[in-house]
Design a protein around this ligand. Structure first.
Ligand code: KE4
Length: 431
């Protein structure tokens, strides 16, 4: 692949933007190569500024579940913008969006729109603290909930990749209110409740993680979290920014059978425009201004453009017959092909997948069920595979500690091509 224009663009961007990117993971630091500058995307394909096409499994880190530049999304945006882009006043489409989210996720009785997943989790935590009158929050090593100060305490995702688990700029005062436990380890959480139980406002977790790669909760783990919260008067917050409408129509909570008190959302509900949301029991949500004392606000929250893109996306996934069955078939074929590659080449590796969200772990481990398991991965080998695959026209997430995404626009031919190119790459790596 000739990527000279991207290299030049990256050099220039670094003169004006920190690291040349507006979000760290895009800089390809953990795969040791130069990021591609994207010119356009359609369906499951993205095209860089050198004119190279790639099958895209990043999908803007999750939002593009119906595929890039979906005609219905584009026409909804065109129609909306003809009437203006933002009013800073209530609109009918915001109520329609809130109703549809509640229809698909019944635990979300009321919902507040914000502009990013970070804003959603920050606000949900403030609401939990305001509602319970307690101060502490429990999060899990390897889970990422956006860049809010309270969460950059041994965060996963970018911070994990960049090796700065406690980001400078987060004060000791803030850090002391965040307790960190181990995912899938109930005892580690019980210990925190034993030590601080009466002052813990909430547990927040990714019900199926994506930000240390895909790690699947043991059945008893989430049940244990629910029981600990009920026992100690804390709220259970499911951060479904990534898993919402992704792992199943109703998100992780619809397949794991555990009811959170609050749910945070993002990505897919924006359809590629900036949207986050948090919601849950009306009795809790009504503590938010202007009804209640917990303050949260936003100039562009629920703006018509973002609602149009998000609502159209939700309607497509909600109303298209067999939407998730089709996703499952393609994602399962991808997983099977990747497993077959490893077996044929007699190579170690673990593939974790739930619905259309997956991670291939380059590890000798038999399983990856915890943050400690994730840390056994050979990130150099991951990087080599990533770059080889990219040169063959397949764009995977540029970090071992991320998830890949299959969209409705991927075809079985795309999946087959991906499996074949990954086999070639692994064969070259094996020597
Ligand atoms: P945003 O503020 O990036 O919209 O959402 C933060 C967030 C919250 N919760 C979960 C479970 C998330 O996965 C995210 C964001 N995910 C990353 C990908 N791991 C976004 C990509 C990026 O940081 O550029």
């Amino acid at each position: 692949m000739n990527t000279t224009k991207s290299s030049a663009a990256f050099a220039e961007a670094q003169q004006y933007i920190p690291g040349g990117v507006n979000s760290p993971v895009r800089a390809f630091k953990s795969v040791g190569s130069t990021p591609l500058f994207i010119k356009q995307a359609k369906g499951a394909t993205i095209v860089d500024i050198d004119g190279n096409s790639y099958i895209d499994y990043v999908g803007s880190w999750g939002p593009m579940i119906v595929g890039h530049a979906h005609p219905d999304v584009l026409s909804a945006l065109a129609e909306t913008m003809a009437n203006g882009t933002s009013y800073g006043a209530p609109t009918l489409i915001e109520t329609e969006m809130a109703k549809l989210i509640g229809e698909i996720m019944p635990n979300v009785e009321k919902v507040r729109m914000v502009n990013s997943g970070t804003e959603a989790t920050m606000s949900a935590l403030r609401l939990a603290r305001g509602y319970t009158g307690k101060n502490l929050v429990v999060k899990f090593e390897g889970c990422y909930h956006g860049h809010g100060d309270s969460f950059l305490i041994k965060a996963g995702s970018g911070a994990l990749t960049l090796g700065t688990p406690n980001s400078p700029g987060v004060t000791k005062g803030t850090a002391q209110d965040t307790l960190t436990a181990q995912y899938n380890d109930i005892e580690s959480v019980k210990a925190l409740f034993e030590a601080h139980g009466e002052d813990i406002a909430a547990i927040i977790l990714e019900p199926i993680t994506g930000n240390m790669g895909v790690v699947i909760p043991k059945p008893e783990f989430l049940q244990g979290m629910r029981e600990l919260c009920d026992e100690h008067g804390a709220l259970l917050i499911f951060d479904e920014v990534m898993t919402g409408f992704r792992v199943a129509k109703g998100g992780a909570q619809s397949i794991l059978g555990i009811k959170p008190d609050l749910t945070t959302l993002g990505k897919i509900i924006g359809g590629g425009l900036p949207v986050g949301a948090y919601g849950g029991k009306a009795e809790i949500m009504d503590h938010l201004a202007p009804n209640g004392p917990v303050y949260q606000a936003g100039t562009l929250s629920g703006n018509p453009m973002a609602m149009a893109a998000g609502l159209t996306t939700l309607k497509i996934l909600n109303e298209t017959p067999g939407f998730y069955e089709d996703l499952e078939e393609k994602a399962a074929a991808l997983e099977a092909g990747m497993r077959d590659n490893l077996n044929r080449l007699n190579l170690p590796g673990v593939i974790n997948r739930v619905g259309a969200m997956f991670t291939s772990f380059f590890t000798e481990n038999e399983q990856v069920n915890s943050f400690a398991d994730v840390l056994t991965c050979d990130t150099d080998l991951f990087a080599k595979h990533f770059n080889l695959l990219l040169s063959k026209g397949v764009y995977m997430a540029p970090s071992q500690f991320e998830a890949g995404f299959v969209s409705a626009a991927h075809t079985m031919d795309d999946i087959q091509f991906t499996v074949e190119k990954s086999f070639e790459a692994l064969k070259e790596l094996k020597g």
